[in-house]
Write a protein that binds this ligand. Structure first.
Ligand code: AMP
Length: 179
């Protein structure tokens, strides 16, 4: 597919970052390319054109950049999901699994009202541990998680399948083999 090829070519791959054996998929090159950035946002929101979306929730930190643009595009509010200790008001918190050990993420308890239609956004889904935590956090405060979208999927790591098993429709724009 031409579109996939063009957009994929704007992602830079850095071997052995942040540690040996990891192929880091760097989207700063995509973001820095005006047509690629617009195209990625347009394509991510395509299935929801004309549907009512109340909030877009973005995962710190690259999910803020893409999620902010997506929220603007669908005329929704934006809600940050952050590492613990960063948000100033009352929060809800959840532990989630990382490759080694666990961490915690938070959002403001009053950021989303029960029943609101929410799209979750991040740059990349790998094992799905981060996104799974975010979906649970959103559901904990009563959000209706309409979809999760990511520019990049690493399907061999099973994250997108994990979210679909939680009844969350997943949209991704390109896939890379391996991890
Ligand atoms: P996971 O929880 O395993 O799905 O990991 C997803 C999170 O880790 C996202 O916020 C990504 O930005 C980041 N991440 C994981 N693997 C990579 C990779 N190969 N290249 C770039 N970012 C990654």
């Amino acid at each position: 597919m031409t579109f996939d090829h063009d957009l994929k070519a704007t992602v830079r791959t850095i071997p052995d970052y942040p540690k040996k054996g990891i192929l880091f998929r760097d989207i700063t090159t995509l973001l820095g390319e005006p047509r690629a950035f617009r195209r990625a946002v347009d394509e991510l929101v395509h299935p929801w054109a004309g549907l009512k979306i109340d909030k877009v929730a973005g995962i710190e930190a690259r999910g803020f950049i893409i999620g902010g643009a997506v929220a603007h595009q669908v005329s929704a509010g934006f809600v940050p999901i952050r590492k613990k200790g960063k948000l100033p008001h009352a929060t809800v918190r959840i532990a989630y699994s990382l490759e080694y050990g666990i961490d915690e993420m938070e959002m403001h308890a009053d950021a989303i009202h029960p029943g609101e239609r929410v799209i979750l956004v991040d740059d990349l889904i790998a094992t799905g541990g981060t996104a799974e935590g975010a979906v649970k956090l959103l559901r904990q405060i009563g959000a209706n998680v309409v979809a999760a979208c990511f520019i990049i999927d690493l399907p061999d790591l099973g994250g997108a399948a994990k979210l679909r098993a939680m009844d969350v429709p997943v949209r991704t724009l390109m896939a890379f083999e391996g991890h």
